[in-house]
Write a protein that binds this ligand. Structure first.
Ligand code: PLP
Length: 355
């Protein structure tokens, strides 16, 4: 089969080595003669996978021995939009509005308590990250979105606040080094840099594991923690895929090594978008995302031709999000430098054809 160059924003590609091992485990997991799909989540084999995943997440984020717990939960980032306020919002929470995903989180929080929007970039179609805003004193937590998948903007620094900082890191976790200990809670839907969909990974500081008896157990972080992540059946296959992918990430040299490649990939592609007369980037330069490169055609009348050309080159997944249109190339960890080089060659070829 011809190689497909997949730049999808999510569910996103994982590395071929990970797929290979996952495929083997679907047939015969660890030489047990059983599929990974039919092993008990209470088996020693799965408990050991879960323990490794816990350990590796903390190691990769340099959060070992700092009082953090990792939960692998059924759900998605949208589930955490609701679970975060249900667990942490007592009176008022602050939210930074950087786009659709932040707004969805805000809407869920409003059902639980008061929400103060501390900053927003709505005035310019979320093309930038707000800076220099005032933070209210009395908030239970401050919520931000580190990478705005739809608009291709990314936070480079995070607010200095006394309140716990909660971050939706769905589309850039494990892609760059940060001081992760500045966050009280990090969550991520797994289908970009971690695993497949159906799983959310929550990294929570123990000080935030308080009990709210008014919420159902299945929504309580503390309940999940107290049951060692087995309050109910975790998504076994998605956790196994996490295990394979974290191992792959460690073999690549961890988050720091990954960041180096991610910076190279993004720099190359932005350079092409800036230099190619057919395209322009939509995010403000200082806030451009390393993970999602959003751009448009200068002449939108070329879109059908461009789409056909892209398809003929076996490139897929570059349509912009349906809310904003245009194009979006996602450069998650599994996308290689040579995949990006190929795409750039194609963009140049299209420009030559048009000239
Ligand atoms: N947050 C961010 C930053 C996202 O990119 C997405 C989806 O792409 C979500 C939240 C929502 O994820 P889910 O559809 O898994 O709930």
């Amino acid at each position: 089969m011809m190689k497909k160059y997949n730049f999808c924003a999510g569910p996103a590609p994982l590395s071929p080595e990970v797929y290979q091992k996952a495929a083997e485990a679907l047939e015969n997991f660890n030489d047990t003669g059983l599929s990974i799909l039919e092993i008990s989540h209470r088996s020693d084999a799965f408990l050991s996978i879960l323990a490794d995943c816990n350990k590796w997440v903390l190691e990769l984020l340099s959060l070992e021995n700092k009082g953090y717990q990792v939960l692998f939960l059924q759900g998605s980032a949208s589930m955490e939009f609701a679970r975060v306020p249900l667990n942490l919002l007592k009176t008022q929470a602050g939210y930074i509005d950087t786009g659709v995903w932040a707004q969805k989180a805000i809407n869920e929080a409003r059902k639980v308590g008061q929400v103060k929007i501390v900053a927003s970039s709505e005035d310019k179609n979320y093309s930038y990250i707000p800076q220099g805003y005032h933070l209210p004193e009395q908030i239970d937590y401050l919520h931000c979105t580190s990478n705005n998948t739809i608009y291709g903007t990314q936070m480079n620094n995070f607010p200095d606040t006394n309140a716990p900082l909660v971050c939706d890191m769905s589309s850039d976790i494990f892609s760059r080094k940060l001081d992760f200990s500045q966050f009280g809670l990090i969550y991520a839907g797994a289908q970009k840099n971690i695993s497949t969909s159906g799983l959310s990974v929550v990294i929570i500081h123990e000080s935030l594991l308080s009990e709210n008896v008014n919420i159902p157990n299945v929504l309580s972080y503390k309940q999940h923690f107290q049951h060692n992540g087995l309050y109910h059946t975790p998504p076994v296959f998605a956790v196994y895929l996490t295990w394979l992918n974290l191992q792959w990430l460690i073999q690549q040299g961890g988050v720091e090594a990954m960041e180096k490649i991610n910076r190279q990939k993004a720099a190359m592609l932005y350079q092409e978008i800036d230099n190619n007369y057919l395209f322009f980037g939509t995010a403000q330069k200082q806030d451009r995302s390393l993970m999602n490169v959003c751009f448009r055609l200068v002449d939108e009348n070329l879109s059908t031709q461009f789409d056909r050309f892209i398809e003929s080159k076996n490139i897929t997944g570059i349509q912009g999000h349906r809310y904003v249109g245009g194009y979006r190339v996602s450069l998650y960890n599994a996308v290689t430098l040579s995949d990006v080089e190929y795409l750039i060659t194609c963009l140049k070829e299209f420009a030559t054809e048009q000239s």
